[in-house]
Every structure is written in structure tokens, then in C-alpha cells.
Design a protein. Structure first.
Length: 251
């Protein structure tokens, strides 16, 4: 049986780009996303590169998450890789945040926590594995133009979880790392920018990055793939800045 990878948030963006790389590498991929036509369309397109499955789960619903995890070992017994890639981003001033805003961000971490817990149990039975979380530059650096207090809290929590799990799961031959991107052209900005205008809108951030351009999903996926695979077998507990140089300094 081929090794399997679960991509939580694999229909678009960095998750989708990573799924394609894994499939091309001969790994069977399960993409998770909101139930619907978009999820199935992504699975069909990814199937051109290898064996791809799709699982519809509402990550904001703990019962949905629990239903998925309860059957995980039976449905996908050969899991060796996990990418927690789902996300939501809509800048709003701290004084305007509502409880609903806060919960929307932190629901992802709750889902990641319990999905990762069950995946780790499956990995232990398979002799080990590799986990990557998609964090964010905003968890390390506040940007006044994009106020993101609740989002940043959630991503900082994911960075911390990465390091704690790296320590706890090392004895089980499971590595845990994270990437911390800056501005990347993905559909995550559709929460506050019309999707067909995202590309144009983000060009204004090119000079924000010392390298001179915003990122692409493939830029981050290449690093995620490296961290997931044995090419990085001596790396665990790391938070990799994949950010065009932003954390080194800004223009």
C-alpha cells in the first residue's frame, strides 16, 4: 500500500499545491474541505497526478470533526503525512472584533488539535510520520495596515503547538514542523477582496518583502514538501519563515 497524506484544507492555495507535489511523489492524498462541488472538483483535478480522495468536513463543527476522526484509522490506515493548511483571514481592528470573529479563527485550531491527535495515533501504528502546520508571519510581527489580533493569536498558538508536539512525538518517530508565510497570493483573501481582484490588490505588497515580490502558493508548497519528506529527516520543532525576507527586515 502507498503511504497516505492528509491535507486539511486541500482544495485551494498552499494545501492544494502541496497535494499536487505529494501525488507526483507517489503518495496517496486525502484532501479535506467544506462539503460541496469545489471539494469534488479539486479531487478530480488532482487525480490527474495520482490517487486522490476528498473528505467533506466542516471544521467549525466539533461533531463533524469527531465523526471524521472516529473512522480515520479504518478509512485511511496508511497515513504517514499531515498538513494542517485550512485558514481564514479578514483584518479587523481589535476594538471591533466580535465573539463570532474570535471563534471563527480559533475553531480551526481546535479542529487541528483533535485531527492531529488521531492522525498521530495512526502514524505511531505505522512506525512514524511527519506533520506540518501552516502558521503565519502575523503571529511573529504585528502589521498596523492589517490588524489581525484574533488571527495572530490563533497562528501563534499553532506555532507553539508545533514545538510541543515535536518534543512529545519525537519518541514515536514523528516530526512536527511549521511554515510561517508572509503575503502569498491565495484565495484566503477572498474574505475581504473580490476573488478576481486578489492578484491585483496584493501587488501593492511587493515592496514590503525584501525579495521584491509577494509569494505564490508554490513557493510555500515547495518548503512544506521538503519538511514533510525524509529530505528534512533531522528537522523537527522548527518554524520556517517562508516570507520573502520579511522577518529579516522590511523595506
Amino acid at each position: 500500500m502507498a503511504d497516505q497524506a492528509l491535507i486539511v484544507g486541500g482544495t485551494t492555495g498552499m494545501g492544494r499545491a502541496t497535494a499536487e507535489l505529494l501525488l507526483k511523489g507517489g503518495i496517496e492524498v486525502i484532501i479535506m474541505g467544506r462539503p460541496g462541488k469545489k471539494l469534488e472538483a479539486a479531487r478530480e483535478e488532482l487525480s490527474a497526478h495520482g490517487k486522490a480522495h476528498a473528505v467533506g468536513v466542516d471544521l467549525s463543527s466539533l461533531p463533524d470533526v469527531q465523526q471524521f476522526t472516529s473512522s480515520l484509522k479504518t478509512e485511511f490506515p496508511d497515513l504517514k503525512y499531515l498538513l494542517n493548511a485550512a485558514g481564514y483571514f479578514s483584518p479587523k481592528p481589535f476594538l471591533e472584533h466580535t465573539e463570532e470573529d474570535y471563534d471563527r479563527y480559533h475553531a480551526f485550531n481546535k479542529a487541528f488539535f483533535f485531527i492531529t491527535q488521531e492522525v498521530a495515533r495512526v502514524m505511531i501504528g505505522n512506525g512514524g510520520g511527519s506533520i506540518v502546520n501552516i502558521g503565519s508571519m502575523w503571529a511573529k510581527q504585528a502589521i498596523k495596515a492589517t490588524p489581525s489580533s484574533a488571527y495572530s493569536m490563533a497562528k501563534a498558538g499553532l506555532h507553539s503547538l508545533t514545538q510541543h508536539l515535536a518534543m512529545e512525538l519525537a519518541d514515536h518517530n514523528i516530526r512536527v514542523n511549521a511554515v510561517s508565510p508572509a503575503v502569498v497570493v491565495t484565495p484566503i483573501y477572498a474574505a475581504f477582496i473580490e476573488e478576481d481582484k486578489i492578484e491585483e490588490a496584493l501587488q501593492g505588497f511587493n515592496s514590503f518583502h525584501p525579495i521584491g515580490r509577494v509569494g505564490r502558493a508554490q513557493d510555500v508548497a515547495n518548503v512544506i514538501y521538503f519538511l514533510l519528506t525524509d529530505k528534512s529527516s533531522w528537522v523537527t520543532g522548527s518554524i520556517w519563515d517562508v516570507d520573502g525576507g520579511v522577518m529579516a527586515g522590511r523595506n
